[in-house]
Design a protein around this ligand. Sequence first.
Ligand SMILES: [Zn+2]
Length: 102
Amino acid sequence: MAPPADEAGHDPQKWQDEAEERLAAPRRAPGRRPTVTADAYLVIRCDANDPAASDGQCDTEHSWPVRVAHHTELRRLLSTRGWHRPRPGRDICPDCWKQGRR
Ligand SMILES: [Zn+2]
């Protein structure tokens, strides 16, 4: 974009200052918050019914200590820790599996 010739006396220094300011803070536009890049840790929750739990539902949750890409990968990892997935949409924690709550 070329500076308008007849506006503000065509001050080259002013345009230079503005350009440097924008280069120094390219993502700090007013009213715009910095992008949040924190990793979201995926969690699998047990879907078994547990008569001993207050709401009748086992709410055991399990995640993985390092970032995994998606739930399919997380389930594959958790299957090495005793979690089961007898059918789609139903994840069973090791304790429930052992006690027959499937
Ligand atoms: Zn469970």
